[in-house]
Write a protein that binds this ligand. Structure first.
Ligand code: AMP
Ligand code: MG
Length: 490
């Protein structure tokens, strides 16, 4: 039996300027590290066959499956605010698209599969550490219910990649609603190729926003649609303490998924100005800056779409500003609604927003663990405040706030059981803590030991369940375990 991928490729049918046709570069000795069996089934693929040597060879880019039309996608992008007119898939190759069990078209892409015409000075390869990190964090995000690309498989190539030292090479199979980015639009807009921008917009509407196909002003509606999804996405990030780390326009997805897990991280102690990425020296992509940056990226998208809005530039700009003006309210609505759920409020009253902000302020001042404070607040709904207050350097700060919170929840019908259950359903017990991710990577890279990786992935698949046997995974790092910086590792 051979592995069958039911490809139905649409992107590679677009004009030649959209991509470069290029096959993955064969590797020495592929070995499957991890297959996401449930995702394989969801994609209509046979997990047993993918686990054979033939399957591993495909997932490593050593053989190209039938029906694939391998391409590297063209895109541009603002990196840390500086425009680069040509980036493109320098180390990723789109094998093709399949329609999943829910009827959703999904890209299957190999990341780390060798050089492409967009590689510039890069080697087209990925190291094992960043591949495992992306696998862990993207699947954790999925389990948290946050829109994200997913990870189908990780293989090691049997070759070394040279970074600061020689590291084991690996390939990640990434699955996405699409890999179309703000930077994809920028690629054509920078070349003043309005027809290509229109082609791309039409493709995106059919694929990601089919409900807009017959509206009066589809390109305006497209911008509004991306604004709405990004506003919601960034709110979801903040509500779990996620920091993307490299919100460049080429890492900003048009479908509204989280994409490109580089130096991303979840914060432990709550700190709005938290930055982990070693390359983000100015804190451009700090935790609390993410909504502002999302809007900045969307503004770059709007600039690309202006020629489709109107021939009169002033009119087009006014329309775009109008649509972008909606971002802030949409973000706030999603963020505030999420915060209300996190603190167990079912109704809305004056003063709620200030009450919640007071908690966040106290958390910041007391270096309270973001995840555990909210998780344990669910138990405090039962008068069991010990674990919640223990998160605060000065527990009195929690007590003062909790008194006001109790008075507030007493005004609601909901009893303690329902409140605790509702809070536990939105406040995870388990997030991919940086020190855990690092430990897993060290075991794999240094000792070829994947048992810690397997266990972490398993725990993170059920983030809202208590899982007492794995309670230690919920713990914040001890002072000497703290990860202060994360690296792209590209
Ligand atoms: P990233 O930081 O992963 O978002 O990548 C930014 C750009 O650099 C994209 O165009 C990538 O394709 C390219 N790139 C990153 N790493 C490599 C590599 N090892 N080889 C070639 N291109 C790369
Ligand atoms: Mg990228």
């Amino acid at each position: 039996m051979t592995v069958h991928f039911p490809f139905q490729n649409s992107y590679s049918a677009l004009p030649d300027s959209f991509f470069a046709r290029v096959a993955p570069t064969p590797v020495a000795a592929p070995r499957l590290i991890k297959l996401n069996r449930s995702l394989a089934l969801q994609l209509g693929l046979d997990p047993d066959l993918l686990e054979t040597p033939e399957g591993a060879a495909i997932l490593a880019g050593k053989t190209v499956p039938e029906g694939a039309d391998p391409i590297a996608m063209a895109y541009a992008g603002h990196q840390f605010g500086h425009f680069v007119p040509q980036l493109g898939d320098g180390r990723a190759i789109l094998l093709g698209e399949v329609i999943d069990k829910d009827g959703v078209r999904r890209d299957i892409q190999l990341k780390g599969s060798g050089p492409t015409p967009f590689s510039r000075r890069g080697d087209g390869r990925a190291a094992l550490g960043p591949v495992l990190r992306e696998y862990i964090v993207s699947e954790a995000m999925f389990a948290l219910g946050i829109p994200t690309t997913r990870s189908l498989a990780a293989v090691i190539t049997g070759e070394h990649v040279i970074r600061e030292t020689a590291l084991p090479g690996a390939v990640l199979t990434r699955v996405a609603a699409s890999h179309i980015r703000v930077g994809t639009f920028q690629f054509f807009a920078a070349r003043r190729d309005t027809e290509a921008v229109r082609r791309l917009a039409d493709h995106v509407i059919v694929r990601h926003y089919p409900e807009l196909r017959d509206v009066e002003r589809p390109y305006h509606a497209l911008l509004a649609g991306v604004v709405a999804r990004q506003a919601n996405l960034v709110a979801r990030w903040l509500l779990v303490g996620f920091i993307h780390g490299v919100m460049n326009t080429d890492n900003s997805s048009i479908s509204g998924e989280t994409i490109d897990y580089g130096p991303c991280a979840f914060m432990d102690a709550y700190n709005p100005s938290q930055v982990f990425s070693s390359i983000d020296e100015m804190g451009r992509y700090a935790y609390a800056n993410q909504p502002r940056i999302a809007l900045w990226n969307l503004t770059r998208l709007a600039e690309c779409l202006l020629p489709l809005f109107s021939d009169e530039q002033e009119k087009a700009v006014a329309d775009a500003q109008d649509i972008l003006g909606g971002f802030s309210d949409q973000f706030s609505a999603a963020y505030q609604a999420g915060l209300r759920r996190k603190v167990g409020l079912f109704t809305e009253r004056d003063g709620d927003e200030a009450l919640i902000q007071d908690l966040l302020d106290a958390m910041a001042k007391n270096q309270a663990d973001f995840t555990l404070t909210f998780r344990k607040l669910g138990d405090a709904a039962f008068d069991d405040s010990a674990d919640a207050r223990a998160q605060f350097m000065e527990p009195a700060a929690f007590d003062e706030w909790a008194g006001r919170w109790r008075a507030r929840i007493a005004l609601e019908q909901q009893g303690a059981t329902g409140r605790q259950a509702a809070m536990h359903a939105v406040n995870p017990m388990f997030i991919p803590r940086n020190h855990r991710v690092e430990a897993v990577i060290q075991a794999a890279v240094n000792d070829d030991n994947y048992a810690p990786f397997e266990e972490l992935v398993k725990v993170l698949a059920k983030p809202f369940e208590d899982q007492p046997a794995y309670a230690a995974y919920a713990d914040p790092p001890l002072p000497d375990q703290r990860v202060l910086q994360t690296f792209c590792g590209t």
